[in-house]
Design a protein around this ligand. Sequence first.
Ligand code: TRP
Length: 77
Amino acid sequence: MSEDEEASSGRYIVVKALEDGVVIMGLTRGKDTRSHHSERLDAGEVMVAQFTELTAAMKVRGHAEILTNVGRLVSGL
Ligand code: TRP
C-alpha cells in the first residue's frame, strides 16, 4: 500500500443503531461519489466498518450513536 493509500484508509467507524431500520451507506473514493454498499441495522445492532481504498465516506440515516477517530455523535432526531 502506498503512503497516500495508507493515509486515506484504515480508519474505523462504529455505528450503534438506536432505532430499527438505521441504514449505513459506503460512498466511493475518487471523482464520483456513489453508494457502493448499504447495511440496515435494527435497534441495538452495532456495525464496525473500515474506510478503505474504495470507501472514502459513510452516510448514516436514522437514529444512531456514531464513534469515529474525530469523536462521538448521535444522528437522527
Ligand atoms: N468521492 C468523494 C471523495 O473521494 C467521497 C467523499 C469523501 C465525500 N469525503 C466526502 C463526499 C465528503 C461528500 C462529502 O472525495
